[in-house]
Design a protein around this ligand. Structure first.
Ligand SMILES: Nc1ncnc2c1ncn2[C@@H]1O[C@H](COP(=O)(O)OP(=O)(O)OP(=O)(O)O)[C@@H](O)[C@H]1O
Ligand SMILES: [Mg+2]
Length: 256
């Protein structure tokens, strides 16, 4: 499947509009985007510019109003919720801006859930190892309501890593963390990129996090622009791209 080293994500003429009472609100203007396998890309832009809206569609959580979204060559825009959830379970990790942990599950159970849904082996051992890596080894049995915002965010990060996604979407992954913890989490995310060839699509207001990405794009009132210092997609490290292609769910090495 070395075809995929060209692009893991390919978007053309994507738009999003919503109906609010009798008015149509345009959230995303027609946009195109290609992300190479193994690439890291930051989506920046002011509050309300459409970053979360875009990320949700790229990850198959929401549908565009028009246009095409191919993830791992699969046409998400033509898929129903069931089909999209299968693609997500197999290929996608997502760190939500609002974490979206399940309140009735412990930290460990939250982290294990995607692995269990995807029938991956060693869910518990991996979940424990990941929670240790994000500094929560002593919080395994705590419920979200017993955790601080930053701790919940770290649980959400561990959860996104557990199924060894081909592509990680993260919406402000360091937004609620102090700078030291944020740095540690950033290192973890880029370790995943380096060691597993995981493609990173990060929404961030943090210039340091954005600067670590190979490429930056900016949302401005629903319009996507490539930032001037962008690295062209073709220059992406071919080694990590092809490593990504041959590293499906069967690999059991640790994340970071
Ligand atoms: N379902 C919806 N119905 C109506 N308006 C919406 C809906 N979802 C998002 N919006 C609006 O679309 C715009 C973009 O929202 P979005 O959440 O994508 O912004 P954002 O760039 O992620 O902002 P932030 O940096 O604050 O998280 C906002 O003005 C928001 O109010
Ligand atoms: Mg947002």
């Amino acid at each position: 499947m070395h075809v995929n080293s060209e692009s893991i994500l390919s978007v053309s003429s994507l738009t999003k509009s919503v109906q609010v009472e009798d008015k149509t609100l345009t959230l995303l203007q027609p946009l195109n985007l290609r992300v190479a396998a193994g690439e890291s890309i930051a989506i920046v832009g002011s509050s309300g510019s459409g970053k979360t809206t875009l990320l949700s569609i790229l990850a198959g959580l929401d549908l565009p109003s028009s246009g095409e979204v191919y993830l791992k060559n699969q046409p998400l825009h033509q898929f129903n919720e069931e089909q999209r959830s299968q693609v997500r379970a197999q290929h996608v990790g997502f760190i939500f801006q609002q974490f979206l942990l399940i309140n009735s599950l412990t930290a460990l159970e939250n982290v294990m859930l995607p692995a269990e849904l995807a029938n991956l082996p060693d869910a518990q051992a991996r979940g424990e190892a990941l929670l240790e890596q994000v500094g929560l080894a002593d919080r395994l049995d705590h419920y979200p309501s017993q955790l601080s915002g930053g701790e919940q965010q770290r649980v959400a990060i561990a959860r996104a890593f557990i199924s060894k996604p081909d592509i990680l979407f993260a919406d402000e992954p360091t937004g609620n963390l102090d700078s030291k913890t944020g740095q540690h989490i950033t290192d973890l995310i880029f370790d995943l990129n380096a060691k597993e060839g995981t493609t990173l699509v990060l929404v961030t207001h943090d210039p340091k996090l954005a600067a670590r990405c190979q490429r930056q794009v900016e949302m401005d009132s629903g319009i996507l622009n490539e930032k001037a210092n962008a690295v062209v997609t073709e220059n992406v490290d071919v080694e990590s791209a092809s490593a990504n292609d041959v590293t499906p769910e069967t690999s059991t090495s640790q994340v970071g």
